[in-house]
Ligand binder design. Structure first.
Ligand code: LHQ
Length: 263
């Protein structure tokens, strides 16, 4: 199934929903319409039984250049940054982080500003060799938003994150891989196919268990060890009570591959 609107393209193939930011002439810089469309599409994916994994990527040579600065300039009066963030980027990032299905950010080109935050927000981050990431905010004397101050120090440490934010220098795909900003780097020519193959591999995994794993990781990232241990014990009950678990154990006993795709 394929459908589209001007700013967001949507395609489902083999249980993988690919959402492509589609303002290529602006390197997919985000306006309100794009941010609302993306958030709504993600929410719809959560309850769509045809979708097991979601991929967010960009059309053209960019992933996302952050907030559309033309849009900001065109507003009358001073910008209410707090209100804007609360209505646009905050619900988007919260939706990605709480979605009960894996979200892959497939970074095909430059990811800058809030686009860098979006790139970092995925459960799995796959980069093209052409991808770059820039914490560009300080170039326009803003602070990092849309989650960069939360994601980046957890990946590279606070001092490294501060340096990246202060100088706004591009991080290449090779450096991004070394620093843990992404899990895989693929050739630009085969990027879309490689991302699809990775996503299909993920779609074949036990998705109830992965949703609970995501929930446990989210919790543990800001909890004590004691609280994380206890939370695991509660969520493990939910995993163990699910038919996926029964299938996994039966498949092991029968020496065959489990068929998680049917749940
Ligand atoms: C753009 C943009 C763009 C519009 C490239 N807007 N057109 C949240 C809440 C509220 C307000 C403020 O901010 C935020 C969070 C943020 O995201 S703040 C950060 C906003 N983003 C930026 O400051 C990035 C600005 N862009 C750049 O620094 C460069 O374009 C990068 C490094 C991304 C890419 O550089 P190049 O590969 O050399 O491409 P380019 O600069 O030639 O851009 C291509 C076109 O895209 C160009 O248009 P043109 O008509 O000249 O071909 C740019 O104007 C346009 N574009 N980013 N954010």
């Amino acid at each position: 199934m394929t459908s589209s609107n001007p700013v967001l393209l949507s395609e489902t193939k083999n249980a993988v929903l690919t959402l492509s930011l589609n303002r290529p002439e602006r390197l997919n810089a985000a306006n309100d319409e794009l941010l609302f469309s993306l958030t709504e599409a993600l929410k719809a994916a959560e309850t769509d039984p045809a979708v097991r994994v979601v991929v967010i990527t960009g059309a053209g040579r960019g992933f996302c250049a952050g907030q559309d600065l033309g849009d900001v300039q065109n507003r009358e009066g001073s910008t209410n940054f707090t209100e804007h963030l609360r209505h646009t980027y905050i619900p988007l990032i919260q939706t990605i982080r709480s979605l009960k299905k894996p979200v892959i950010t497939a970074v095909n080109g430059v990811a800058a500003g809030a686009g860098a935050s979006l790139a970092l927000s995925g459960d799995v981050r796959l980069w093209s060799e052409n991808a770059t990431l820039i914490e560009v905010f300080s170039n326009i004397a803003l602070i990092p938003d849309a989650g960069s101050t939360w994601f980046l120090p957890r990946l590279v440490g606070a001092a490294r994150a501060f340096e990246m934010m202060a100088f706004a220098e591009k991080v290449s795909a090779a450096d991004g891989l070394n620093m843990g900003l992404c899990e895989q780097v693929y050739s630009a020519e085969t990027f879309a196919d490689d991302v699809q193959a990775y996503a299909e591999r993920l779609a074949a995994r036990p998705l109830n268990a992965l949703a609970l794993t995501k929930q446990a990781l989210n919790f543990a990232l800001s909890s004590s060890l004691d609280a994380a241990l206890d939370n695991e014990s509660v969520l493990q009950q939910l995993a163990g009570d699910h038919a996926e678990h029964e299938e996994g154990v039966r498949a092991f006993a029968e020496k065959r591959k489990p068929e998680f795709g049917k749940f």
